[in-house]
Design a protein. Structure first.
Length: 464
């Protein structure tokens, strides 16, 4: 094992900013010292970080590599998706293993382990999607918590696919209250939405923009409210994923003001894109079809404010890419057949840094919502999400002054469009280490599939 010294950078964590050198040994951070200190350290490798930020690798707690959806599969494999994540400064993903209806959690989790093992450039963990809540799958939750799969996603949307009714949701929450699991909720009233979808398509309103119109903010807010009340009754914590509507944020804020263990996540697409994108002509709006949907731009202020006040605690990508050609096109003439999901695993750290540049959040809050909070939320802290002695040496050297233009021509995700095509941002990943090994070395990929290891997780560290 080589020792590495990162010299001369500004170390930024969620808690502080210090001009410090970082010593790495055996894949872990072993010490930090002031630049000015006389160092007795001899390292095999010295990396010059002068003029750069030295930040923890990003933790993206919401990805869907190779996810089956709408008759096709998300176009990034664990190999291509984790490589792209590394390019974007993310060193850990938590992906969603899926239980099929009629099967157990075990089969689903084994299948996701088989997809990921030996293929990842960076470390990874799993959440479990509960698509079939019954006595057997409830019991299986306990074993999964013991294996480090400590969070379970339920859907109030997508009837006939992943949907659970309120009774099933309550049972799963009661079970999680007993085993320490965290329930993650896709909060949209899918039963009502499906009525509106049917009516829209029957009336010939078939363009992608109607996806945004039928998936109403009020139906996100209603489901969020209901999920919170069900969690209160069950005595379980709740994490609401991909929050996009002001009205849904208000429900989370109210719950948190009552001191309830309710947490919210949003995603870059809701912060930077809007229904204007869904309305792009020539079916281009299909590129932006995801659920919850993009909202009118007026919703963005509430999301940014809530990120500052911690009513929303985490920014994940919900990375679920489908190529425009051949995949999004499945929904030409009927928006309800467009596979739901957008690419973004490579863009998250840069977009959030742009928010720092524009004064929306501080540098430390950038690191908190993108690294430390997701690590704490999902039981990975302080191994992941910070720069401190004992932590894994997952470190990004970030050039805060480099300019870039986001584009499908230059990105590394396996998808034929960029949701942020042509967007200029300031700041760019320069070098990435995962457990002390170089993955990106001065804008050159030097990692390899199979470096990434499965990360068993503890339970949510914001509780108890
Ligand atoms: O549109 C989305 N979000 N696709 C991925 C599945 C989900 O609901 O997170
Ligand atoms: Zn969802
Ligand atoms: Zn998702």
């Amino acid at each position: 094992m080589t020792t590495t010294l990162i010299r001369g950078g500004l170390v930024i964590t969620a808690a502080e900013e210090t001009h410090a050198d970082v010593l790495i040994d055996g894949g872990r951070i072993v010490a930090l010292a002031d630049h000015a200190a006389e160092l007795p350290w001899n390292a095999d490798q010295v990396i010059d970080a002068t003029g750069k930020y030295v930040i923890p690798g990003g933790v993206d707690a919401h990805t869907h590599m190779e996810m089956p959806f709408g008759g096709t599969y998300a176009s990034d494999t664990f190999e291509t998706g984790t490589r792209a994540a590394a390019w974007g400064g993310t060193t850990t993903i938590v992906d969603f293993a899926i239980q099929s209806v009629g099967s157990g959690l075990r089969e689903g989790l084994d299948a996701w382990h088989a997809k990921a093992e030996g293929n990842c450039a960076i470390d990874y963990g799993f959440h479990m999607i509960l698509a079939d809540v019954n006595e057997h799958s409830l019991k299986e939750m306990d074993a999964l918590v013991g294996e480090g799969v400590t969070s379970f996603k339920l859907f109030m949307a997508y009837p006939g696919v992943f949907y659970s009714d309120d009774g099933k949701i309550l049972r799963a929450m009661q079970h999680a209250a007993g085993n320490g699991g965290l329930i993650m909720m896709h909060a949209e009233n899918g039963i009502a939405i499906d009525v509106l979808v049917e009516q829209a398509v029957a009336a010939g309103r078939t363009d992608p923009r109607h996806h945004g119109e039928v998936r109403k903010a009020l139906l996100e807010a209603e489901a969020t409210h209901r999920a919170i009340q069900l969690a209160r009754v069950a005595g379980s914590p709740l994490y609401v994923v991909h929050v996009s509507a002001t009205e849904a944020v208000a429900e989370i804020t109210r719950a948190r003001d009552l001191g309830l263990p309710v947490f919210g996540e949003t995603c870059p697409q809701y912060l930077f894109l809007s229904t204007d994108n869904l309305a792009e002509p020539d079916f281009e709006g299909a590129k932006y079809v995801c659920s919850t949907p993009l909202r009118p731009a007026e919703h963005q202020d509430a999301l940014w404010r809530s990120l500052r006040t911690d009513d929303l605690s985490v920014v994940s990508t919900d990375h679920c890419p489908f190529c425009f050609t051949g995949q999004k096109e499945l929904g030409r003439g009927d928006f309800s057949k467009i596979p739901n999901g957008m690419p973004g695993v490579e863009n998250r750290m840069d977009l959030l840094h742009q928010a720092v540049v524009e004064g929306r959040i501080s540098r430390r809050r950038w690191i908190e919502i993108a690294c430390a909070a997701p690590a704490r939320m999902f039981g990975l802290y302080p191994r992941k999400g910070t720069i401190a002695p004992g932590a894994d040496a997952d470190i990004v050297l970030y050039d805060p002054h480099a300019e870039q233009v986001m584009s499908a021509e230059t990105h590394h995700m396996n998808v034929d469009y960029s949701a942020y095509e042509g967007r200029r941002t300031t700041g760019r990943v320069h070098t990435v280490l995962s457990r002390g090994e170089l993955v990106i070395d001065g804008r050159r990929y030097v990692g390899h599939a199979g470096h990434g290891r499965y990360q068993p997780r503890g339970t949510c560290q914001y509780l108890g």
